[in-house]
Design a protein around this ligand. Structure first.
Ligand code: AMP
Ligand code: ZN
Ligand code: ZN
Length: 308
C-alpha cells in the first residue's frame, strides 16, 4: 500500500475518499480540508481575531491546534459548566494545549451566572432537559465572551457527523427554521451577536480522532455524561450505521443540503428578527432572552426553596 501523494508506504486508508496516505500526508489532508471549509464558506481570514470554544474533547482541541498551525490568530475559550472537581480534567487538557500553542485562554464560569449551581443542577431545578439547557447556556456565554473581548468570529468544533446528525433530526421534525439557520457560518446580525463558524464541517469525526492521536493531542475521551440518552445520540448512531453501509453518505447528505438549501427553503422569510434583550442587551427573538428568563426563574425557585 503506497501513499498517493509521495509513493512511500501508506499507513492509512481513507475508504471514503479512496485515498491511501502516509502519516505526513494524512495530517496535511485533514488540515487542507479545514482550510477549504474556511475559504469555501468565507469564515474568516488571517487578519481576523478568532475565538475557539474549546471543551477538552477531540474536535475543539484539534480545531484550535490546526488553526494555529495554519497561521490563524486563534485564542481559546473554556466554559466552566460545573464545579471545580467536575470540570478540572477538561480544564487541564485545555490549559495544556493553550501552553503548548502559546496562545491565551479565556475562562467563563457558568456557575457565577447560575447562583453557584452547575448547569446540570440548575436544569434539574428548572425541570429542563440538561442537554438543551446546557447548550443554551454555552451558546450565550460563548457569544458574550467573544463580544466582550472584541473577537471577529467565534468558532466551534462541530464536525461533519455532528452537522449531519442535527440535519437529520431537523428534517425528521421538519424544523425548517433550524434547517436554514444551521449553516457552517452565521453572519453578525446584531451588534452583540458575533459571527459564528464551524471549520470542521467537512471532516469526519473518525478522521479528527485519528488526527488527534497522530499529533499526540491529549484530549478528554469521554463525552458529556449529561447527554447520555439524548435523542441526538440515536440520530448519530443511525448516521453511523448508514455510513457503514454506504461509504460517503454522511458527506453527500450534508453537501447536498448546502447545495440545495436555497432552492428548497426560503431563507429570508425564515430569518427571525433579532432584538436586544431588555435585561442584558444580548440578541433575542423575544423581549427577554432565554438565558435571562432561565436566570429569573431559577432565582424565584431558589428563593421559594429557601423560604420553606
Ligand atoms: P457539544 O455541544 O458538547 O457537542 O460541543 C460543541 C462545541 O461547543 C465543541 O466542539 C466546542 O467547540 C464547544 N464547547 C462545548 N463545551 C464547551 C466548553 N465547556 N467550553 C468551551 N467550548 C465548549
Ligand atoms: Zn505521503
Ligand atoms: Zn438576556
Amino acid at each position: 500500500m503506497k501513499c498517493k501523494k509521495c509513493g512511500r508506504p501508506a499507513s492509512i486508508k481513507l475508504v471514503v475518499y479512496n485515498l491511501k496516505l502516509c502519516d505526513k500526508h494524512f495530517l496535511e489532508f485533514i488540515e487542507s480540508r479545514v482550510e477549504n471549509a474556511i475559504k469555501k464558506f468565507k469564515m474568516f481570514t488571517r487578519k481576523d481575531r478568532i475565538l475557539v470554544a474549546v471543551s477538552g474533547g477531540k474536535d475543539s482541541m484539534v480545531l484550535w491546534y490546526i488553526l494555529v498551525k495554519l497561521g490563524y490568530n486563534a485564542d481559546g475559550l473554556f466554559i466552566k459548566l460545573g464545579h471545580d472537581y467536575q470540570v478540572s480534567p477538561a480544564y487541564e487538557k485545555v490549559k495544556k494545549l493553550s501552553d503548548m500553542l502559546n496562545r491565551p485562554l479565556i475562562i467563563e464560569d457558568a456557575t457565577e451566572y447560575l447562583y453557584g449551581l452547575s448547569t446540570f443542577e440548575a436544569a434539574k431545578i428548572l425541570r429542563r432537559p440538561a442537554c438543551s439547557f446546557c447548550g443554551m447556556v454555552k451558546r450565550y456565554l460563548m457569544n458574550k465572551a467573544a463580544v466582550e473581548n472584541d473577537y471577529d468570529v467565534l468558532v466551534t468544533g462541530h464536525n461533519l457527523d455532528d452537522e449531519a446528525t442535527v440535519l437529520l433530526g431537523n428534517i425528521l421534525h421538519w424544523q425548517t427554521g433550524y434547517i436554514t439557520r444551521s449553516y457552517p457560518v452565521l453572519e453578525k446580525t446584531h451588534e452583540k451577536f458575533v459571527k459564528k463558524a464551524k471549520p470542521l464541517v467537512l471532516n469526519y469525526e473518525e478522521h479528527i480522532k485519528l488526527y488527534a492521536k497522530k499529533r499526540g493531542i491529549d484530549f478528554l475521551p469521554t463525552s458529556c455524561p449529561f447527554s447520555l440518552g439524548a435523542t441526538s445520540k440515536i440520530y448519530k448512531n443511525i448516521i453511523r450505521q448508514l455510513e457503514d453501509e454506504q461509504r460517503g453518505i454522511t458527506l453527500s447528505f450534508y453537501l447536498g443540503y448546502l447545495r440545495e438549501k436555497e432552492n428548497i427553503f426560503k431563507i429570508e422569510e425564515n430569518t427571525p428578527q433579532l432584538h436586544s434583550c431588555e435585561v442584558c442587551g444580548y440578541p433575542t427573538t423575544a423581549k427577554v432572552c432565554s438565558f435571562c428568563r432561565s436566570r429569573r426563574r431559577l432565582q424565584e425557585k431558589l428563593e421559594r426553596k429557601n423560604s420553606i
